[in-house]
Design a protein around this ligand. Structure first.
Ligand code: PMP
Length: 428
């Protein structure tokens, strides 16, 4: 596959942009080789600067649930553009999208729009702290909540309970208020809550994790967290930036029937434009400025173009429940095919899957948390990734990411993915 132009662009990009990219995973560091520079995208395809076309399973890391360049979104954006790109003043569309979100997402009585998932989680934690008057919060190892300082605390060593900065630039003072527990480990959460009685403002988690690869909550885990939060006056926050409007119309909270106190949203909510949101119970959201004392703002928040794209997307999903049936069928067919190949090739790898999210882990362990995810053979994953790319299938360039499916994947695309998958697995 010709890649001269992508290689040249990457060399040029590195002169002006740190690492040549505006978000680290894009650089292909974990899988080797140069990143592919994309010129355009359509339906299930990405087309690169050398003219290669790929069937892709990232969908802009989640948002493009109906495939790329969907005419409905495109038209909504073009129409909104005719009236100007930003006003810095309220618009009717913001009411319509907020109303729709409160209708679709069970825990949301009121919602505030922001510009990214990172902003949503940072703001949600601030509000939970303001509401409870407490400073600490619990997050789970291997969960990702954007790049806000207090979330860049990862798994690791002995400092789990007090938190260790994972990134230089995060101060020890900030890190000490982030408490860590292993995913799916209710006992660890109970111990933390006991040891930090009346000090914990929130428990935040990905209700289905996508950021250590796809990891499902074990039966009783979400329910157990709900009970702990109820008993202790802790705000339960589901970070549904990935799962919102994807696992079902109302996200993971609707699918599992567990209502958090707050949730964060992103990705699909903007139809591909930079949008995030946080929302929750009325009495908590009333703490947000200007109604309440917790400050949070944004010059471009509720941007008219972004709201037009997001509203078009959410209105479509709200009125087309068959999307979720279709996504489930696509996921089930694809994953069944991959499992068949694994069996026929005698490979012991693990697949985690729920609806339109899945990960193939290069390990023979069950993957239930960060520790088990880390047993993967990442070198082998890198060779798998490169093999798939050469066959025109574009995967997430890291073992520790979920793949995201779209309704643009038809049976011919699934067949091509499965053929490539079997051939590449055989060659490893
Ligand atoms: N939360 C979760 C669960 C995410 O997956 C991400 C991004 N992948 C974020 C928050 C941060 O969103 P953003 O990249 O839009 O800041």
């Amino acid at each position: 596959m010709e890649s001269k132009r992508s290689a040249a662009l990457f060399n040029e990009a590195k002169k002006f942009i740190p690492g040549g990219v505006n978000s680290p995973v894009r650089a292909f560091k974990a899988v080797g080789g140069n990143p592919v520079f994309i010129r355009r995208a359509d339906g299930p395809y990405l087309i690169d600067e050398d003219g290669n076309s790929y069937i892709e399973l990232i969908n802009s890391w989640g948002p493009m649930i109906l495939g790329h360049n969907h005419p409905m979104i495109r038209e909504a954006v073009i129409k909104a553009m005719e009236d100007g790109t930003s006003f810095g003043a309220p618009t009717e569309r913001e009411i319509r999208i907020a109303e729709l979100i409160t209708h679709m997402v069970p825990c949301v009585d009121k919602v505030r729009m922001v510009n990214s998932g990172t902003e949503a989680t940072m703001s949600a934690i601030r509000v939970a702290r303001g509401y409870t008057g407490r400073d600490k919060f619990i997050k789970f190892e291997g969960n990702y909540h954007g790049h806000g300082d207090s979330f860049l605390i990862s798994a690791g060593s002995g400092a789990i309970t007090m938190g260790n900065p994972d990134s230089p630039g995060v101060t020890v003072g900030t890190a000490k208020d982030t408490l860590l527990a292993p995913y799916n480990d209710l006992e660890a959460v109970s111990r933390l809550v006991e040891a930090n009685k009346d000090e914990i403002a929130a428990i935040i988690l990905e209700p289905v994790a996508g950021n250590m690869g796809c990891v499902l909550p074990e039966p009783g885990f979400l329910q157990g967290l709900r009970e702990i939060c109820d008993d202790e006056g802790i705000v339960l926050i589901f970070d549904e930036v990935m799962t919102g409007f994807r696992l079902s119309k109302g996200g993971a909270q609707e699918l599992f029937g567990i209502k958090p106190d707050m949730c964060t949203l992103g990705k699909i909510i903007g139809g591909g434009m930079p949008v995030g949101a946080y929302g929750g119970r009325k009495e908590i959201m009333e703490y947000v400025s200007p109604e309440g004392p917790v400050y949070q703002a944004g010059t471009l928040s509720g941007n008219p173009i972004a709201m037009a794209a997001g509203l078009a997307m959410l209105e479509y999903l709200n009125s087309h429940p068959e999307v979720y049936v279709e996504l489930e069928q696509i996921g089930t067919t694809l994953v069944a095919g991959i499992k068949e190949s694994l069996t026929s090739l005698g490979l012991p790898y693990t697949i985690n899957h729920l609806n339109s999210m899945y990960s193939l882990f290069f390990t023979d362990q069950n993957v239930v948390d960060f520790e088990s995810a880390k047993t993967c053979d990442t070198g082998r994953f890198g060779r798998y990734f490169q093999g798939m790319l050469q066959k025109g299938i574009y995967l997430a360039p890291s073992q520790f990411e979920s793949l995201f499916l779209s309704t643009a994947l038809k049976s011919e695309h699934i067949d091509r993915i499965l053929d490539a998958n079997e051939a590449v697995l055989k060659s490893l």
